[in-house]
Design a protein around this ligand. Structure first.
Ligand code: ZN
Length: 323
């Protein structure tokens, strides 16, 4: 009888699920919209119901399912299995996730933050190729991260390790959501890249359609900056050379401290693929400790939306083995 773990990736718009084997084979995966109304009180009951329905519809025996893992936004208390301050779920006060899940299923349940769980997925079955020492950066609306050393996530003293988005890359820069100034997130997230573009547009009024678009007060996206760079727009190339320097320096600092074999770039911005790498890698090599500059791989994530459920399932197997 093959052992199965359930991985859950809880997000503000959808909840993704997967049944997984120890080898990482997906037996079944599905998603439901996140019921964020009523202060998010329906979220856990909906998760429980959806899992029960999908177990019934499958050929799995309840005894095959060894544990459940979940990645959540907000501040996660791993020991207690609670979440607080997940604003996109309307979970403002403490939600007792583990308590409700273990009562419903009577098997171990383990919770971690969403970026950590995605990092584990990419390390195991994605661009990390199951290497034990991997760092993951997710470049989305914000910048998140996860650090894996010797095959395990690093959590630190207060469970806040891996906050790569708040690495300082500028002494005087944009103010970050965390209240500090000059964090990586303010210049390398999708919104950060647009902020850099807005700051730099003035000098390119006559040479770039994109710069003119900004100066005319119209909305642009990070995607349009990459698309213009592909067409050799000098302004877009200038913006990405700045962003690439910030990311390259951040990756070099991470590599100098942790010496991972691979740094994986994921999230929406990473869809720019090799174009993004062409700006990041030279800056990484220029700034990293010489012995590791050429030996650390900087790669684009490969699992896209599946990283969360796969990482959550991997966490579940790990917790099942410990109990
Ligand atoms: Zn910050």
């Amino acid at each position: 009888m093959r052992e199965i773990a359930i991985g859950i990736d809880l997000g503000g718009t959808s909840i993704k699920f997967a049944f997984l084997t120890r080898e990482g084979e997906i037996i079944k995966q599905w998603a439901i919209p996140t019921p964020v109304d009523s202060d998010g009180r329906l979220i856990i009951p909906f998760i429980i119901r959806s899992i029960k329905e999908n177990i019934e519809e499958s050929t799995l025996l309840p005894a095959q399912i060894v544990a459940i893992g979940m990645g959540s936004p907000g501040s996660v208390n791993r020991e207690k299995g609670t979440v607080i301050g997940a604003f996109n779920l309307n979970w403002i006060k403490t939600v007792y996730v583990k308590e409700q899940m273990e009562e419903a299923f009577q098997i171990p349940f383990i919770l971690d933050n969403d970026a950590n769980v995605a990092a584990l997925g990419e390390q195991w079955l994605g661009a990390g190729q199951n290497d034990p020492n991997v760092v993951f950066l997710t470049l989305g609306t914000g910048v998140g991260g996860g650090v894996i050393v010797k095959g395990e996530l690093v959590h630190g003293f207060l469970d806040t390790a891996g906050e790569i988005g708040h690495l300082k890359v500028e002494n005087e820069g944009f103010t970050c959501t965390c209240g500090q100034v000059g964090c990586l997130e303010t210049v390398a997230s999708a919104t950060g890249i647009v902020a850099v573009a807005k700051k730099e547009a003035r000098g390119y009024m006559d040479s770039s359609v994109l710069a003119k678009t900004i100066l005319d007060g119209r909305v642009i996206t990070s995607k349009s900056i990459f698309e213009s760079a592909k067409l050799k727009d000098p302004f877009a190339e200038h913006v990405l050379s700045i962003v690439g320097r910030y990311l390259g320096v951040a990756c070099a600092n991470i590599a100098n401290v942790l010496n991972p074999s691979t740094i994986i770039l994921g999230g929406g911005v990473s869809k720019a693929g090799n174009l993004l790498l062409s700006y990041v890698v030279p800056n990484f090599e220029r700034n990293a400790f010489p012995t590791i500059a050429k030996r650390t791989a900087i790669k684009i994530a490969t699992l896209e939306n599946d990283a969360g459920v796969l990482g959550a399932a991997s966490l579940a197997f790990e917790s099942a083995d410990k109990t």
